[in-house]
Design a protein around this ligand. Structure first.
Ligand code: ATP
Length: 302
């Protein structure tokens, strides 16, 4: 019996190896297919041929002209003829109920997705004509809950701008009112932050993310404002930072705070994939029911 089992083992073992080999071959073929698919992707969207001056620091404006967009052919239409203008410089706030399509405005500007109809321009030029890398270098994007990376505060700030000088770093820290934080940290800029180091508050995290974006010298800052409650000091600091940045560049903010909308030069009210109204806080409170309701129920007040 033992001899028979040994015989069976010798017979079965190679079969196991063959099966294993076939599985590996199949995995290898699948990986090759994926690499081929990635290789076949166009390096850059077609039409990106117009040269653009990099590093020209002037603020840029944005126009959405009858933009139509859905996330996929079988998905509902998200933008159904969105039109609005953001002039160069100053603070423009996007507001609207959840699902109105505000974040999608940012996604389209960054060209994470392509709109199906209409036209989007940045600095008067169709975004489809911008070389993608230059478009993205022109825009600074601050997510709502931008993560703090494992590492020091300096590493966090220089993450996307390794070439920034000490002077540029210092200026970004002052502009985002992070100098207090730096002086409080035991090793200043070289203190570890995040879950392995000093934990930063919601307001500090958003200002770190703004500083990180500013170090790339954007000509338009897209800011998805944090929804976390801030204490009065952090609220004031964030308001000062946004106002100061908007004095030098264009800021388009998805606003959740009353202090942001009251300071905005113009507010674009979105509803169900369209633009419902545009105006200042005072104008909209007087004229627009939906805005009045948003102001009463949705904006955070410290
Ligand atoms: P909120 O204030 O809740 O973030 P919003 O106004 O920013 O809302 P969007 O996030 O732009 O709205 O979403 C608009 C619509 O598009 C929603 O119905 C949403 O479910 C859908 N949507 C958003 N992102 C995607 C995606 N990546 N894939 C498919 N549908 C999406």
């Amino acid at each position: 019996l033992i001899a028979f089992l040994l015989y069976l083992f010798y017979l079965v073992a190679p079969i196991g190896q063959i099966v294993e080999g076939l599985v590996q071959l199949q995995q290898g073929l699948a990986a090759m297919k994926r690499i081929k698919e990635i290789e076949d992707l166009p390096a850059e969207p077609v039409g990106a041929t117009v040269p653009v001056t990099v590093g020209a620091g002037d603020p840029v404006g944005v126009r959405f002209e009858d933009v139509v967009f859905r996330y996929g052919d079988d998905r509902p239409t998200v933008h159904d003829g969105v039109s609005f203008e953001v002039p160069p410089g100053g603070l423009t706030a996007l507001v609207g109920p959840s699902g109105a399509g505000k974040s999608t405005v940012f996604a389209l500007l960054e060209r994470f997705y392509e709109h199906q109809d209409g036209r989007i321009t940045v600095d008067g030029r169709d975004i489809r004509d911008w070389p993608l890398a230059e478009l993205r270098a022109t825009l600074g994007y601050v997510e709502q809950d931008a993560p703090v990376l494992a590492g020091t505060l300096r590493e966090n700030l220089l993450f996307a701008a390794q070439d920034a000088t000490e002077e540029e770093l210092r200026r970004a820290i002052v502009r985002t009112r992070l100098d207090d934080l730096v002086s409080r940290l035991p090793e200043g800029l070289d203190t570890a932050v995040g879950h392995r180091g000093v934990l930063l508050s919601g307001g500090e995290r958003q200002r770190v993310a703004i500083a990180r974006a500013l170090l790339r010298k954007p000509r338009l800052l897209l800011l998805d404002e944090a929804t976390s409650q801030l204490d009065a000091v952090n609220e004031l600091r964030l308001r000062e930072v946004i106002a100061e940045v908007a004095a030098e560049t264009t800021v388009l903010v998805i606003a959740h705070r009353l202090s942001t909308v009251t300071n905005a030069d113009r507010i674009v009210v979105m509803e169900a994939g369209g633009v419902r109204a545009v105006g200042t806080h005072a104008e909209l409170v007087g004229e627009d029911d939906l805005y009045r309701e948003l102001a009463a129920t949705q904006f955070l007040v410290s």
